[in-house]
Design a protein around this ligand. Structure first.
Ligand code: PHE
Length: 407
């Protein structure tokens, strides 16, 4: 019963054994929350874009960073992974992590997928904003679609060293050296350190614009296949450290392949849901997708994002927990179950957690038990509708996942 063709964003694609995109996920393509005026995602995006427009200008007041917010989320595997030097066997390519349209085409898992093409087009500084898609767990902060804002800035030798004093003629971008924790093989230490400084400064200024100048920032070492060195930023907000973004010095090979071999660059990518949930105190990521006016109206007519304070309409009713246990087949991935729940659910499921695993001593068969927490974002649930959905999840699990129910 496999699909032959699937239509995404107005174009038809052939399906194959890689296809795992669901109708539910397709229904989110084109919603473009980041271009919907007065939506919290749009408000945060605008705040960041305006900050970059006013802080970085070329001559005659032209903004330095060009902004792209309608690049198609349908990309090639080449764009999403190969162009970013992701190893062929890297887990991030797995079918269980992504929504594949077919073996060559995927819903982008990050806005970094467009770095190569935009660098190739000759830009030297740009921001990209868009919806990205990842198969993931189910809880108040995870949704299979979210939004990223990515920034990339290129420098030639003169631009990078222009603020250095003394005999800058001796400074060079490149050397034939060794890779260390601080730099890539072909970069001089000066190149890497100046880029790192500029990158961290740019991001900290942006974060201060959003959260106030007293916000505490902590830089943590990280790994991405397409940057070195790489960092993550955590910020302390309401007493809690939260991971805000990933960034780093772009691998020179990416610039070389995009025709910018005499330039170096940094890049960062941040999650707009995280930011906006913290900034406006939104307790559940599902709010982002409601079309309910009691949610959206709270973000209307605000001159300044700083004056917005969200009042949750989340039902005071506690969540209803219901367990589901089954024997799993060998090729089972937890994300298969999470996606199935997402497909059947019509807005009632808040969280799903694996509460128990068990191996049968004789058959060696494995069983998983999940606890599903039912809680609507704005109204109380009846026991009957919870039972009904729970039973539909059980039926769908047995018929679609090849699991054997223990009920
Ligand atoms: N694309 C990375 C992610 O989605 C974030 C990132 C962007 C990291 C740019 C480094 C440079 O996690």
């Amino acid at each position: 019963d496999r699909l032959e063709r699937v239509s995404v964003a107005g174009k038809d694609y052939d399906c194959d054994e890689w296809t795992n995109i669901t109708p539910k996920i397709l229904s989110y393509v084109g919603r473009n929350l980041h271009t919907q005026k007065d939506h919290p995602i749009y408000i945060v995006k605008e705040a960041i874009v305006q900050h970059f427009y006013s802080s970085y200008v070329k001559s005659r007041g032209v903004p330095l960073f060009a902004v792209f917010d309608n690049l198609s989320p349908v990309v090639t595997v080449k764009q999403n992974f190969d162009s970013l030097l992701t190893p062929k066997d890297h887990v991030s390519r797995n079918r269980s992590e992504n929504y594949y349209i077919n073996k060559n085409t995927v819903l982008r898992a990050h806005t970094s997928a467009h770095e190569h093409e935009l660098i190739r087009s000759g830009l030297s500084a740009f921001l990209m904003v868009g919806d990205v898609y990842r198969r993931d767990t189910i809880d108040a902060t995870h949704f299979p679609v979210f939004h990223q804002l990515e920034g990339v800035r290129l420098f030639n030798s003169q631009q990078l060293f222009s603020k250095c004093e003394g005999n800058t003629a001796d400074l060079t971008l490149f050397e034939n050296g060794q890779e260390t924790a601080d730099k890539q093989m072909c970069h001089t230490l000066e190149t890497s350190k100046l880029l790192e400084f500029n990158l961290k400064q740019t991001i900290e200024d942006c974060v201060k614009h959003l959260f106030g100048k007293d916000v505490e920032c902590k830089w943590v070492e990280a790994y991405f296949p397409f940057t070195h060195p790489s960092f993550e930023l955590e910020i302390k907000y309401n007493g809690e450290w939260i991971e805000m973004l990933g960034c780093g010095i772009l691998k020179q090979q990416i610039l070389n392949e995009a025709g910018a071999c005499d330039q170096v660059a940094w890049a960062f990518g941040l999650g707009l849901e995280r930011l906006s949930m913290k900034l406006f105190d939104i307790p559940d990521i599902r709010y982002m997708w409601t079309t309910d006016d009691s949610f959206l109206s709270q973000f209307k007519n605000h001159e300044d994002f700083k004056s917005i304070q969200f009042k949750p309409i989340l039902s005071k009713q506690p969540a209803v927990a219901n367990d589901i246990a089954f024997w799993i087949p060998n090729d089972y991935a937890m994300n298969d179950f999470y996606d199935l729940v997402r497909s059947v659910d019509d807005g009632l499921v808040q969280t799903v957690t694996l509460v128990d695993t068990f191996v049968h001593s004789e058959s060696g068969k494995q069983s998983h038990c999940y606890r599903i927490y039912y809680r609507h974002t704005s109204r109380a649930l009846t026991q009957a509708e919870v039972n009904n959905l729970h039973n539909r999840i059980k039926d769908a699990a047995e018929s679609q996942l090849n699991v054997k129910g223990r009920w």
